[in-house]
Design a protein around this ligand. Structure first.
Ligand SMILES: [Zn+2]
Ligand SMILES: [Zn+2]
Length: 192
């Protein structure tokens, strides 16, 4: 059974998915997602526990009380995300933050802005929510280097446009280079 325990937060983790599973969802998750039948007793033995891990109603409470967590939930990916400068709202994509700010902080001064931060989505389904992770061991992170790449791309573009202007004044344009650049831009927007 692909099940592990974050004993600090008392959360059961499906190591295959990888996502936190409320105790009362474990049997259904194992059956529906992994074709495994298991009993409560097997779960207790597997996790080496004597009392249940966080259940769905407890998770709901925990998430609304802990929109910022000090350390990551073990075994769940830590992602590059964004947060709101005015409240603990976090998300993976900037677009969600723009929507949040225009819905909740539109009239406020000073204006709310978007903060780059690490986020984690410990649960899925009706408990899906991004939490801000304050301290992160760098080995946890993924998507490392994309921002650097974006910066480099901007540099490339500037250089390309300078070249373009130079070439255009001499009467020819490297279309291949331009197409490569457009393809790269498409790829970047796919990622973000
Ligand atoms: Zn799973
Ligand atoms: Zn906010």
């Amino acid at each position: 059974m692909p099940l592990a325990l974050d004993s600090f937060y008392n959360i059961a983790i499906c190591t295959d998915c990888p996502i936190g599973i409320p105790f009362d969802w474990i049997k259904a998750h194992m059956k529906d997602n992994h074709g495994l039948k298991c009993s409560d007793l097997q779960v207790f033995e597997r996790l080496n526990i004597t009392t249940p891990t966080m259940k769905s109603d407890e998770v709901e409470q925990w998430i609304s009380n802990n929109q910022v967590i000090g350390t990551p939930v073990e075994g769940i990916p830590v992602l590059d995300g964004v947060g709101c400068s005015r409240c603990p709202y976090s998300a993976k994509k900037k677009k969600a933050l723009y929507n949040h700010i225009s819905a909740f902080h539109r009239e406020e001064t000073p204006k709310a802005w978007i903060v780059i931060q690490k986020v984690q989505k410990p649960f899925q389904g009706s408990l899906k929510k991004y939490l801000q992770v304050e301290s992160v061991d760098e080995s946890y992170t993924e998507n490392e280097g994309i921002e650097d790449w974006e910066l480099k791309l901007n540099d490339d573009f500037t250089r390309l446009m300078e070249d373009h202007n130079r070439i255009e004044s001499s009467g020819s344009l490297d279309l291949r280079l331009m197409n490569a650049f457009v393809a790269k831009i498409r790829y970047i927007s796919m990622l973000s």
